[in-house]
Design a binder for this molecule. Structure first.
Ligand code: AMP
Length: 281
């Protein structure tokens, strides 16, 4: 498995794959890879065998000034081993200067969508995400790009961006990978103390409760949101950021759950902000 560090190398590799007649898959990540990332890489390797690029880049522009950019886990050697084992062909691991040249002044703002859900509590976050993913897609020109449903609002922002910029990449969304007890895997779970870890289960409990209510016929957003908040209330140390039922395309609230509606939660557990969600059936 090759490790590429420049946009020029990534572009040359990708073009060579396409000239040879194959589809290219891209899996964008910030590293600290876990089984959630592994599932994306496996899906990419299945769709694009021998032509999968995994990017590992802790993108500074998607972190707020008081967020965890400096202490975000960086486990590059282990990441390379996992990526190779799951079928990655190349790793793209650029420097910050490679992705953001000194005079860089171009950003991608997906207006409206970028201010909803996580974008509301993390101003500028989705601007950073859209900008870096646009750069990756323009460099790699992948046929398929793989993202996790775990970051469902991010998927909405990126789908809008790809459609608006007329990029030739198809988004593939992979299901949320969870621990046996329900906790959605996240690189940030490594910040949790053992007490936090127990409290963090309230997010998946709230999501599962809403799935059960929908399965039993409940459709009213107010009722579903109140029920999820009641689950959170039993874990008073956890501070809810949002509990929302939205249209997954534009992230605007809906009053009635429909198949494909996104039910999403975010909460602070200790000093760690976690998210979870479900796409309703
Ligand atoms: P990150 O490294 O956190 O930026 O995540 C890179 C990609 O992995 C994103 O598309 C995430 O949605 C996806 N991802 C993260 N956690 C999970 C998970 N538990 N299950 C599935 N995909 C995930």
């Amino acid at each position: 498995m090759q490790i590429l560090q420049t946009v020029e190398e990534l572009r040359a590799w990708s073009r060579a794959q396409r000239c040879a007649g194959g589809q290219v898959g891209l899996v964008p990540t910030m590293g600290a890879l876990h089984a959630g990332h592994a599932s994306l890489i496996r899906a990419a390797a299945q769709a694009c065998p021998g032509r999968v690029a995994v990017s590992i880049f802790v993108n500074p522009t998607q972190f707020g000034p008081n967020e965890d950019f400096a202490r975000y886990p960086r486990t590059f050697a282990a990441d390379c081993a996992l990526a190779e084992q799951e079928g990655a062909t190349v790793i793209f691991a650029p420097s910050v200067e490679e992705m953001y040249p000194a005079a860089a002044a171009t950003f991608v703002d997906v207006e409206g969508v970028n201010e909803r859900l996580d974008g509301k509590s993390r101003p500028g976050h989705f601007r950073g995400v859209a900008t870096v993913v646009a750069k990756l897609l323009i460099a790699a020109e992948p046929d398929l790009a793989f993202f996790g449903q775990k970051d469902a609002a991010q998927v909405a922002v990126l789908r809008r961006m790809i459609a608006d910029l007329r990029l030739a990449t198809t988004v593939v969304v992979c299901p949320i990978v969870r621990e046996a007890d329900g906790l959605a895997l996240s690189s940030r779970n490594s910040y949790l103390s053992s007490e936090d870890r127990k409290q963090a289960l309230v997010l998946s409990r709230a999501v599962r409760h809403v799935e059960e209510l929908v399965a039993s016929g409940q459709r009213q957003a107010d009722t579903l949101i109140a029920a999820a908040r009641a689950v959170f209330a039993k874990e008073p140390q956890v501070r809810v950021d949002y509990v929302e039922l939205v249209n997954w395309d534009n992230l605007l609230p809906v009053s009635t759950a429909k198949p494909g509606s996104l039910f999403a939660v975010a909460a602070w557990v200790g000093t760690t902000r976690l998210i979870d969600n479900t796409i309703l059936q």
